[in-house]
Design a protein around this ligand. Structure first.
Ligand SMILES: [Zn+2]
Length: 276
């Protein structure tokens, strides 16, 4: 199998032809995305309502363009020649995405609608599950992942155990949190509180981030049709924070009293069609 990851990764959505022209993949051992072909970078760009930060690589001598979507960061630029296993991007959740993943697909000449069966091309099983492609990250030298001044990458799961500030300049913490799993959504260079959290709950100082590597990976749920309430506490009497539409997928981090703990709030078991 030839995946954009090294080591373990997860298939979170299957290839379904026109309905979903790629595989959704989630790195387990690493969020580094590697080129799956020897080729040339033909396009690097951003699509707010689509692939977010994404790139297209043409495989040498073919009309197959491989696309890697929703990245938090792209390492290469248009015109670069890349080899299989070169790190080209970091997984993220940019564009139309509800959780960190890579939409990995192949389109003829890069044209939307002219897709090829990426599962057949790559040998990645077209079935939700966790797999290992057998490659390992080189131990030395360490691959470039994030700029040196940015310790935690956008899209990364972290645990905050400390003060959460209302504003980036805030002298007073808006809240003190304990062991809350969240994701980094923005980075403010030079700020004493450089990291923003999912849902714009506030900014965090690096000293409030307990760990990145040990943060529990988000799992995902698929919602039943309808409209569902997200509540502050895991019970029907909990304050309603917002509503979400059925049919979508959400990240969750834990279950409490049968309820699913989201980035911000809880959703009840009746809303959930399946855990994916
Ligand atoms: Zn996808």
């Amino acid at each position: 199998m030839n995946s954009p990851y090294m080591g373990k990764f997860r298939v979170s959505q299957e290839y379904k032809g026109a309905a979903h022209d790629g595989l959704d993949l989630v790195g387990v051992d690493s969020k580094n995305i590697h080129s799956t072909v020897n080729g040339t970078v033909r396009f690097v760009g951003f699509e707010a309502n689509g692939f977010g930060n994404y790139l297209k690589i043409q495989k040498d001598g073919t009309d197959e363009w491989y696309i890697y979507g929703h990245c938090s960061k792209i390492i290469v630029k248009t015109g670069d020649n890349v080899k299989i296993t070169d790190i080209i991007a970091i997984e993220g959740s940019t564009g139309n995405s509800t959780g960190s993943h890579c939409h990995y697909c192949c389109r003829i000449d890069g044209v939307k609608g002219k897709f090829k069966d990426i599962a057949a091309l790559s040998g990645i099983p077209n079935k939700i599950g966790t797999y290992d492609d057998g490659y390992r990250e080189p131990v030395s030298p360490p691959p470039p992942t994030t700029p040196s001044e940015q310790k935690f990458a956008i899209g990364e799961s972290v645990i905050i155990s400390g003060q959460l500030y209302g504003t980036s300049a805030g002298a007073n913490p808006g809240a003190i949190v304990t062991n809350r799993a969240t994701k980094i959504t923005r980075y403010s260079k030079g700020s004493p509180y450089p990291y923003n959290t999912t849902g714009d709950l506030g900014w965090i100082a690096e000293s409030s981030i307990k760990a990145a590597d040990t943060a529990p990976f988000a799992k995902q749920i698929l919602l039943n049709p309808g409209t569902w309430n997200v509540r502050k506490t895991p019970s029907m009497s909990g304050e309603i924070l917002k509503t979400v539409n059925g049919g979508s997928t959400l990240d969750y981090y834990a279950k409490e009293n049968g309820w699913y703990k989201l980035d911000n709030g809880y959703i009840g078991p009746e809303a959930v069609k399946e855990e994916i």
